[in-house]
Design a protein around this ligand. Structure first.
Ligand code: GLC
Length: 404
């Protein structure tokens, strides 16, 4: 199958927003709550009946993302619970039939596009609500023998038809979609159950240039390591791949009220920098509440990341892994003849950079464009930057080197 994906914008833009929003925002106990707590469809129905996002203002979400320096956004059109945010003709299990009373995807797409962000659709391959989705060992009803018995005639091929039909809706009714993010394959279900080859062909036909992720069991255009920081550039068959780490703010994708594992802004900015220093993108998640707004902690975090990005985005957009080696406690990114040294632990006066003697014509702190002077040891090939005693008051200080 020919690969028509356009990844140029993607590797340039580097930083996106992931949104996990569905009925699981109401229990507010992680988006896998239905599976973890073995909840029946009947018992889960109360969330459908009470889903009333009266504060949903996607323009505010889009502004928050843009101000954080994010360039694209990927939203859950449907997660494993099966609930659809858009007005699908193929199911009643959708936002318009809840108290929300409308398609929630369209205003999202419009708002983010208006702010100039690219659009991605996350779509769950798994569906714990569909009547033809066969019961496997991650299904909420896995331990109910009676239910399993009743469900034994389910036909996954009929579910696949639904999956393909809904994907067609998503790629024909919302204009340009830049990323299709399917999730996921596992021991019991994969490319045969999803009919992935056929699905991929349809996606590429409907939306030439779209980027498709790698979770359908047949590879894809981008690798998507989840909740880990890879140690090096992610490879496929030994070759560097286009990759995107997806990360949470607190370990949960869906809104998780009592979760206190919030990452600090320092940690998140370091994660972004670390990712780009290894040639990757960062897709950072927010799980909006059931009222349709962002948790204050998420807003605060995005805005602080944005303060850093405003001063330092030159080291992120269009930048990638450097050909040079980073000094201890630093990460390098490079964009052509600009080399960016991100200093995670501020040293006393001197930062020694091997292999850079004779190669730099100017150096400055990126946050305030103040000159950084240096000395060189030609024999050792080391460039030694003279840093101020005071660490610049930014989340991660960056030194911009202009290479000869
Ligand atoms: C996972 C999870 C999930 C989350 C996602 C993001 O596979 O099932 O809840 O949506 O990946 O990467």
């Amino acid at each position: 199958m020919s690969n028509t994906a356009n990844t140029d914008w993607f590797v340039h833009d580097r930083f996106g927003l992931f949104i996990h929003w569905g009925l699981y925002a109401l229990p507010a106990r992680h988006e896998w709550v239905k599976m973890r707590e073995r909840i029946t469809d009947e018992d889960y129905q109360k969330y459908f009946e009470h889903f009333d996002p009266d504060l949903y203002e996607p323009k505010e979400w889009a502004r928050a993302a843009k101000n954080a320096g994010m360039k694209y956004a990927v939203i859950t059109t449907k997660h494993h619970e099966g609930f659809c945010l858009w007005d699908s003709k193929l199911t009643d299990y959708k936002a318009p039939n809840t108290p929300a009373g409308r398609d929630l995807l369209r205003p999202f797409v419009e708002a983010f596009r208006d702010e100039g962000l690219k659009i991605g659709f996350y779509h769950s391959l798994i569906d714990w609500h569909h009547p033809e989705f066969t019961i496997d060992n991650i299904h909420p009803r896995r331990d109910d023998q009676e239910f399993r018995e009743k469900a034994k005639d389910r036909d996954i091929r009929k579910y696949a038809e639904y999956l393909h039909g809904q994907t067609r809706e998503l790629l024909t009714e919302y204009g340009q979609v830049d990323v299709m993010w399917f999730d996921f394959s596992y021991a019991e279900k994969g490319k045969d159950e999803w009919q992935s080859e056929k699905l991929m062909t349809m996606v590429r036909e409907l939306m030439p240039g779209i980027i498709v992720n790698d979770r359908m069991g047949i590879g894809g255009d981008i690798k998507t390591p989840e909740q880990v920081q890879p140690r090096e550039w992610v490879a496929v068959d030994g070759k560097p791949a286009v990759w995107e780490a997806c990360q949470t703010l607190n370990g949960s994708w869906g809104y998780d009220r009592d979760n206190l594992d919030w990452k600090s802004v320092d940690m998140l900015v370091q994660m972004l920098v670390d990712t780009v220093s290894k040639g990757g993108n960062l897709l950072l998640n927010v799980g909006p509440t059931a009222r349709g707004n962002f948790d204050p902690r998420a807003i605060e975090t995005l805005s602080s990341i944005g303060e850093w990005m405003k001063l330092h985005h030159r080291s992120i957009y269009g930048a990638s892994q450097s050909e040079f080696e980073a000094p201890r406690d630093c990460r390098l990114t490079q964009r052509g003849d600009r080399l960016y040294v991100h200093v995670f632990a501020w040293p006393f006066k001197h930062l020694h950079m091997d292999g850079l003697a004779g190669k730099v014509k100017y150096a400055q702190l990126l946050n305030d464009a103040s000159e950084v002077r240096w000395s060189e040891s030609q024999n050792a090939g080391t460039l030694t930057l003279n840093l101020p005693i005071q660490r610049p008051a930014v989340t991660v200080p960056v030194i911009e080197l202009f290479l000869k």
